[in-house]
Design a protein around this ligand. Sequence first.
Ligand SMILES: *Cc1c(COP(=O)(O)O)cnc(C)c1O
Length: 376
Amino acid sequence: MSDVTIPDIIIPADLLPVDGRFGSGPTKVRPEALKALSARATDYMGTSHRRMPVRLAVAELRNGIAELLRAPDGYEVVLGNGGATTYWDCATFSLIDERSHHLCFGEFSGKFARGVEGASHLSAPSVVTSDFGTHPPLAAVEGVDAYCYPHNETSTGVMLDPVRVDDEGALMLVDATSAAGGLMFDGGATDAYYFAPQKAMAGDGGLWIAMMSPAAIERAERIAASDRWIPPTLDLKTAIDNSRKDQTYNTPSLATVFLTAHTVNWFNENGGLTWSAGRCAQSAEIMYTWAESRDFASPFVQDSQQRSKVVATIDFDDTVSAEVIYDVLLANGIVDTFGYRSLGRNQLRIGLFPAIDPSDVEALTACLDHVVSALS
Ligand SMILES: *Cc1c(COP(=O)(O)O)cnc(C)c1O
C-alpha cells in the first residue's frame, strides 16, 4: 500500500495493549470465546444444524439477543445467512412495499440505498445525504413506507440514535452492525434492528441477526403472500419460520453462532446492555479526551452528539502522517487502525467495541504518544 519505508520504532512492551486488535470489523473476538469453542470441538462443531446441540445454541443466541436488546413485547429475533449486506437484499424483497427513504452518510448506508435503486419492483428510493462526519436529519417524508439508516455509520464514526419518525404504518429499518450491544437505544423505535455479528458482537461473519417488530413481521408475511417474486434465500417469511424453530433456512456457520452466543451471554451475565454500552462509552471518553488534548490530533466528528462511541475517527494534522503511524503500530502488533479510504483524510479509525478492554484503549493512546514523539 505505502511506498514509504516504515520507521524502525519499537514501542516499549509495558506500553502495549494486552490485545492489539482495534479494527472496525471484523475485529476482536475474545480468546475466552475461542477457547470455549475449541472445548466443543467434537460434540458441537461438525454436527447437524437441524439437531441438538446446534439448535440449542441458536435458541440460546436468540433468547440472549432478546434479553440484551430488551426486545419489546411481540418482537422476535430472526436470523439467516449472508451478513448485514444480505439483510439489505432481504429488506429490498421482503420489507419495502413501494418506496423507501434512506439516510446516507457513509459507505454502508450508501450501499443499501444503491442496491434499492437497482430494484425494478420498487419505486426509486428517496435519498438524503450529508457531508461525511455528520448525519442528515431523520424526518418524515411523504409517500415512503420504510425509513433506512444505520445506528452507527462504521466508515465515518457517526452515530444516530434511533427515533420513530411520525409516519403511521412506515417501518424503521436500522442497521446496527457496529452498534448492537455497544450503544444504548430504544428497541420500540425500530422495526428491524439488524446486524452482522463480527463487529460490536465480537463474533465472526456470515450471519445476519434481526430483532423484528410485529409490524415488520406482518409486512414480510403480507409481501410473501403477494405475487412479488422473492428469491428463497432472501424471503424473510422463510427466515422467520425457520428462526421460530431455532434453525436457519440453509446451513449457518456453527462457529459464528457459538461465538456470538458466547459474547451475548458474557454481556448479559455482567449486566446487559448498560454494562456493554458502558464499556464503549468509557473507551470513547478515553479516546476523544486524548485527541482533544493533543496539538496534533482531533476528533473528526465535530458534533459531540453524533460522535460515535463504538468507532472513533481521529484526524491528525500535517505534522504527522496517519499512514506512517498505522504502519508503525502494525509493526508493533497493533492492527487495523487504518481510516476509511474514500474519506481521503489523514485519519485513523479505532474500534471501541464492548469486547475491547477500555484499559487497552488507554494503552493505545500511550502507544500513539510514543510513536508521534519518536517521529518528530
Ligand atoms: C460491516 C457493516 C456492514 C456489512 O456487513 P457484512 O457482514 O460484511 O455484510 C453493514 N452495515 C454496517 C453499518 C457495517 O458496519
